[in-house]
Design a protein around this ligand. Structure first.
Ligand SMILES: [Zn+2]
Length: 397
């Protein structure tokens, strides 16, 4: 019963749009006429983090490759291999560093122009299309402007703001907007799909603020829960200037440790794979040439790994800041007696106590300090500096 769209939580309207388009695409494959605009060659999937942009793009890709009239049955070879990321005609571009470069994009556009080997569609899924460099964006734009007849581009970005995606690319794409799924829908899917106990699912869904993947990690991973608890202990530890600097340093170090933990295995595996490939030449012809190129390739790998580590550290820090912002939001809504639920139910006593002590204006200034810190880091202010400034503002209020 669960087809490829089943994991899209609380997104009825976008799912209906995608189903219709996939059905039209299947008629195109069958050689039938479809109304103009029924199927589109370029799509943008947008919505807040965790709303399922890449999940939606992958599900749609599967429906395009589905052998049962494009329903995305989840059972046929086309669906299976697309979801498993092994379909020969579906390519996923996942930026490892901070940006997607022009060379990568040119190679991709070239390959996407060939006829689909499975006879259906060539699909290119670009996750984090907001990380396209300007040149890469231009290379992509050319392909989107004159798409080969059986090629579809699926772009995922946090928003359609010009900072995230160029206006010209945006104007050539059909936009699917996902919303932040409500906590009860997230809790329901954790319980049903992942077998999480209902009370844990409800807590994790609220604490993750609509982010499905994070809710699942909080429900399942004790380390993730521990990191969140450490972040939520920050407000009560800010007792003076020295404590602010200590808290800032601890927050940065925790983000670094989390990022390193996630990457250490991938980095080592990549390096050994490359070393093996380079060493495999042995003493035969071409070995000398391979050796000459080896240093450059290793350097290239190290550069990419370093860039990925930076990104990963920023993502970890941003998750911590979102949790912290949630706390000050809770203080504010308690203060104002707003009729909405608190995010961090498990530390509600703490946010209530703070609401008794601070004015709404002061709680709001603290919330704004966290948001300003996120923005500063996004604008390339050194994280250490942005976080220290934030802690001082959180202490002063
Ligand atoms: Zn199928």
């Amino acid at each position: 019963m669960s087809d490829v769209f089943a994991d899209l939580v609380g997104q009825d309207e976008p799912v209906a749009t995608l189903r219709q388009a996939a059905a039209a695409a299947a008629r195109v494959v069958a050689g039938e006429q479809v109304a103009a605009g029924a199927m589109t060659h370029a799509w943008i999937f947008t919505g807040p983090p965790g709303s399922g942009r890449s999940v939606a793009a992958r599900a749609f890709a599967a429906a395009l490759e589905c052998e049962r009239d494009g329903v995305g049955c989840g059972e046929c070879h086309g669906c299976h291999t697309t979801i498993g990321r092994t379909h020969a005609d579906v390519r996923f571009v996942v930026p490892e560093g901070l940006s997607i470069g022009v060379n990568e994009m040119r190679a991709l556009v070239l390959r996407a122009a060939s006829a689909p080997s499975g006879g259906r569609w060539q699909v290119v899924v670009i996750e984090d299309a907001d990380r396209l460099t300007e040149q890469a964006g231009n290379a992509l734009l050319k392909a989107i402007e004159e798409p080969p007849p059986r090629t579809v581009f699926l772009l995922c970005t946090p928003s359609t703001h010009p900072d995230d995606i160029s206006v010209t690319i945006r104007s050539r794409c059909r936009v699917v907007t996902l919303r932040q799924p409500p906590a009860d829908a997230v809790a329901e899917v954790l319980a049903r799909r992942d077998g999480v106990a209902p009370d844990v699912a409800a807590w994790a869904a609220a604490a993750a603020q609509g982010h499905v993947g994070r809710a699942k990690r909080l429900a399942r991973d004790a380390d993730a829960r521990g990191r969140r608890e450490a972040v939520l202990s920050v407000p009560r530890r800010l007792t003076g200037v020295g404590a602010c600097f200590e808290a800032a340093s601890a927050l940065i170090k925790a983000a670094e440790a989390e990022a390193a933990e996630q990457l250490v295995e991938t980095d080592a595996a990549e390096r050994s794979a490359l070393e093996q490939a380079l060493g495999a030449g042995g003493t035969g012809r071409g070995a000398a040439g391979a050796m000459r190129g080896a240093a450059g390739q290793l350097k290239d790998l190290e550069r990419r790994q370093k860039s990925r580590a930076t990104r990963s550290k920023r993502d970890a820090l941003d998750r911590a800041l979102v949790d912290l912002a949630g706390f000050y939001r809770d203080v504010l809504i308690t203060n104002l007696r707003a009729p909405v639920g608190v995010v961090h139910t498990d530390v509600a006593a703490q946010s209530e106590a703070a609401a008794g002590k601070w004015s709404p204006e002061s709680a709001l200034r603290r919330l704004e300090a966290v948001l300003a810190c996120r923005q500063a880091i996004d604008e390339n202010v050194k994280p250490e500096i942005a976080v220290e400034a934030m802690m001082l503002n959180l202490w002063r209020g």
